[in-house]
Design a protein around this ligand. Structure first.
Ligand SMILES: [Zn+2]
Length: 68
């Protein structure tokens, strides 16, 4: 019966989507151009990915409208 001792220098990060605190060791992470995003689970990671895709699509739309 040995519980894994909490490492004192275990770093906590916040989930990019739901802002839950999670140990960095258990977090799913995604590197972007500017920073590393952390997620509590694949569900949040998936949401974030979809948001990013939508942002990119929005950029395309902006370019299209400004072209006229
Ligand atoms: Zn989350």
């Amino acid at each position: 019966m040995s519980k894994p001792a909490l490492n004192r220098d275990e770093q906590l990060v916040s989930c990019e989507i739901c802002l839950k605190s999670i140990p960095v060791a258990e977090a799913n992470s995604a590197e972007t151009e500017d920073y590393v995003a952390y997620f509590c689970g694949l569900e949040c990671y998936d949401l974030w990915k979809r948001q990013k895709t939508r942002e990119q699509t929005a950029d395309d739309n902006t370019q299209n409208t400004s072209k006229q």
